[in-house]
Design a protein around this ligand. Structure first.
Ligand code: ZN
Length: 138
């Protein structure tokens, strides 16, 4: 069995962003030389997510609206976590959008269903953060 590890780095311009990282994950699969296996794509921070969904601008807007209804950023004082920080909403948003995804690799490609795309969801950005890609297989 072979394994391959890679980190992707992000520094978003705004506090919240949704970035399609599918091509970067496929590139890592190519670099690994693994044709049959599994790729794990995982946010390395507790205020960011990796998730799979449709790359459709209306849907990404809907995620933003929905998450802000569930866990509004402000007022910061509504959260106990915000004693020394102001990112409680980002922890909650990440929890609902998930930490990681796993995708099957078949014949060297991400074995997706229709419209599936991999996203990095940033909820407390404007600083350097990472995503881990770990690939195992042969
Ligand atoms: Zn925090």
């Amino acid at each position: 069995m072979k394994s391959y590890r890679k980190e992707l780095w992000f520094q978003t311009k705004s506090r919240r962003e949704y970035i399609n990282i599918t091509s970067q994950v496929q590139q890592a699969v190519k670099e690994s030389g693994i044709k049959e296996g599994i790729v794990l794509v995982s946010a390395m921070h507790i205020t960011a997510s990796v998730f799979i969904n449709d790359d459709e601008s209306g849907l990404l807007y809907d995620f933003e609206q929905w998450l802000e209804k569930l866990a509004p950023e402000k007022p910061h004082s509504q959260y106990r976590h915000n004693g020394f920080e102001d990112n409680a909403d980002a922890h909650l948003k990440r929890q609902i959008m998930g930490r990681e995804v796993t995708v099957a690799i078949t014949e060297g490609k991400l074995d997706f269903g229709p419209w599936e795309q991999i996203f990095y969801g940033e909820f407390d950005g404007m600083r350097k953060k990472r995503v881990l890609i770990k690939i195992i297989g042969e």
